[in-house]
Design a protein around this ligand. Structure first.
Ligand code: PLP
Length: 394
């Protein structure tokens, strides 16, 4: 008999899609894949060489549970250089990906029945992680006209004496929206006044197209004290498979996260950590080149959607996704469990285009495409969506 927690979590929609895409590919069917959530670039050369050097010089043993000293120092320099926040060494932990940093943080702060506020649309793993720990996800509705960014009055109405934490994903996956400093200050004020931790998921921090990103912990000392900043190398340095993330928070939280990590996994792969030191210290120009390309693609995507009458998108100012409002097509579909799943299945089965249904992010009127793909694939994919709409309306 399995534990109850094994049955309360839902299987990942995104993994379901990639499994189906792989099966179709194995049958020799060509798929236009705009469902992927990872950079279409390779890890920078210098980071790869640092890993090889670590292997050659036998830096391959167990190390500190909270991560290599050299990597924590690099993260501290990064947080000062990019975000103007000062952290001490006992306020940083290195984990096996941002996902692992988030689960460590939740393990550290959540008691059973604690509520965690999750603005919709959300990154698909947050609710499942909260449920796994017997916490209660409390979904916050947000508005299309605010690019689905949570506003302070919307947060206020959800706060109870059980509220323990809130997720703020900035820039957002799936919308690419970026919070203004004013919006963040209003949210921080409420969280400080109500003793609510902020889980600031800033994994897409580097992929921004205007100079508008504010790291939440930089807002004030009070903000810093209640914020667990989550970041990593997956998106900024195209290092998804290396599984390297980190968290910054007050030393009480980091110390508990380190103990938990020590017992559950010891620490992330040492070799990957040496690669991350190099990525943080000397691969900024590689990141900038990737961002330049994402920016060009983003502009092209916006232009293409301006030419499609029946669809609107949330303007992406960061990350590498576009969240597309398909609700105008709803009258053509009735009596189905999930509109976005139905659309995604039709796009895959009939048009050979893989997208992610909005239901995976809690909003069923939408689908998400990525522009972490070459321009030809992006253009082909958007033209397929256009064709699908024309066919439906025939
Ligand atoms: N947070 C968000 C918002 C993401 O989109 C992702 C990956 O898609 C992650 C966290 C996980 O990143 P990592 O690969 O570092 O675990």
């Amino acid at each position: 008999m399995l534990a109850n927690r094994a049955s309360i979590i839902s299987p990942s929609v995104t993994i379901g899609i990639s499994t189906k895409v792989n099966e179709l590919k194995k049958q020799g069917i060509e798929i236009t894949n705009l469902s992927i959530g990872e950079p279409d670039f390779f890890t920078p050369e210098k980071a790869k060489l640092a890993a090889i050097e670590a292997i050659k010089t036998n830096r391959t043993k167990y190390d500190s549970a909270s991560g290599l000293l050299e990597l924590k120092q690099a993260v501290i320099r990064k947080l000062k250089r990019d975000n103007n926040i000062s952290y001490d060494i006992d306020e940083i932990i290195i984990s096996s990906g941002a996902k692992h940093s988030i689960s460590n943080a939740l393990l550290t702060i959540l008691n059973p029945d604690d509520e965690v506020i999750i603005p919709k649309p959300y990154w698909t793993s947050y609710p499942e992680m909260v449920k796994l720990l017997n916490g209660t996800p409390v979904f916050a509705n947000t508005k299309d006209e605010n690019s689905f960014k949570l506003q302070a009055d919307e947060l206020q109405s959800l706060i109870t004496n059980k509220t323990k934490a809130i997720f703020i994903t900035n820039p957002s996956n799936p919308t690419g929206a970026i919070y203004t400093r004013n919006e963040l200050e209003a949210l921080v004020k409420l969280c400080v006044n109500n003793n609510i931790y902020i889980l600031a998921d800033e994994i897409y921090e580097k992929i921004v197209f205007d100079d508008t990103f504010t790291s939440i912990a930089s807002i004030s000392n009070e903000a810093k004290n209640i914020t667990i900043t989550i970041n990593g190398l997956s998106k900024s340095a195209a290092m998804t498979g290396w599984r390297l993330g980190y968290a910054a928070a007050n030393s009480e939280i980091i110390s508990a996260m380190s103990s938990i990590q020590g017992h559950l996994v010891s620490h992330p792969c040492t070799i990957a950590q040496w690669a991350a030191v190099e990525a943080i210290n000397s691969c900024e120009s590689d990141t900038q080149n990737m961002v330049k390309t994402y920016h060009e693609r983003r502009n092209r995507v916006i232009k293409m959607f301006e030419e499609i009458d029946d669809l609107s998108i949330i303007r992406p100012d960061g990350a590498f996704y576009t969240f597309i409002n398909m609700s105008q097509l709803k009258p053509f579909f009735s009596n189905i469990d999930s509109f976005s799943l139905e659309i995604s299945n039709i796009l895959l089965d009939q048009y050979r285009l893989a997208v992610v249904p909005g239901i995976a992010f809690g909003l069923d009127d939408y689908i998400r495409i990525t522009y972490a793909a070459d321009m030809n694939t992006i253009t082909t994919g958007i033209n397929k969506i256009k064709q699908f709409i024309e066919d439906i309306k025939k």
